[in-house]
Design a binder for this molecule. Structure first.
Ligand code: ADP
Ligand code: ZN
Length: 220
């Protein structure tokens, strides 16, 4: 199974990817997580990406393309992968096409999360992440067992700097302009599968397993 998750910030791509990658034993490739990790470790790449991320802008294509290409070459990606947050521009999509052709790992399907604006805003403003391991929570939808503390590692939960209201607005604008053209791009390639992003993640997971079973995608 090789999936691309497409949709606005706050659509629940990351949360669903965490669930599905476990269910199906495939790798979860999140460019946002990779960039945050690079930033945490103060690598040159991370430092280059910092200002873009904090202001809700896209990191330049060549940086993220490099990260993803490298990741897909690793052995574990042969089992399958879920791309979360990549591609985000037409340029990135074209590069991905080239890459997967070379690797002979065609995309099985592109899930397009159709999500309404109030849901997006509620999810992003309530999101909290573990400072230590990066796991996602939500103040009401997925609260941790102890307030402010990560269930998995005991790390402190914080709000991402780009989940502040002003930055959310900028990210949504960038999505409309740069990323939403990918809906048509993948429609043309006959890979697009629309999914109801407003559903909560458990419901969505069940819904997807049904669709995939019906389409015979589960063992591809
Ligand atoms: P979300 O999907 O919630 O907006 P991500 O964690 O996917 O957040 O991304 C956070 C930030 O990382 C983005 O706002 C952007 O600055 C950067 N980023 C992540 N993926 C990409 C990408 N494919 N291209 C350019 N920038 C990216
Ligand atoms: Zn943690």
């Amino acid at each position: 199974m090789r999936l691309v998750l497409l949709g606005p910030p706050g659509a629940g791509k990351g949360t669903l990817a965490q669930v599905l990658s476990k269910d199906w034993n495939v790798v979860h490739v999140s460019t946002g997580d990779m960039l945050r990790e690079a930033l945490k470790n103060r690598t040159p790449l991370g430092l280059k990406a910092k200002a873009f991320m904090e202001n809700g802008k896209l990191v330049p294509d060549e940086i993220v393309i490099g990260l993803v290409s490298e990741r897909l070459l690793k052995k574990d990606a042969e089992r399958g992968f879920i791309l979360d947050g990549f591609p985000r521009t037409v340029e990135q999509a074209k590069e991905l096409d080239k890459e997967i052709k070379k690797l002979k790992m065609p995309i099985t399907t592109v899930l397009y999360f159709k999500t309404s604006l109030p849901v997006i805003i509620r999810r992003l403003s309530g999101r909290r992440v573990c400072q230590n391991c990066g796991k996602n929570y939500h103040v009401t939808n997925f609260p941790p067992k102890a307030q402010g503390v990560c269930d998995a590692c005991g790390g402190k939960l914080i709000q991402r700097p780009d989940d502040k209201e002003e930055t959310i607005e900028e990210r949504l604008k960038v999505y409309e302009k740069e990323t939403s053209p990918l809906v048509d791009y993948y429609k043309k390639e006959k890979l697009l599968q629309e999914v109801p992003g407003d559903l909560d993640v458990q419901e969505l997971g069940t819904h997807l397993n049904e669709i995939f079973k019906k389409k015979g995608l589960l063992d591809r």
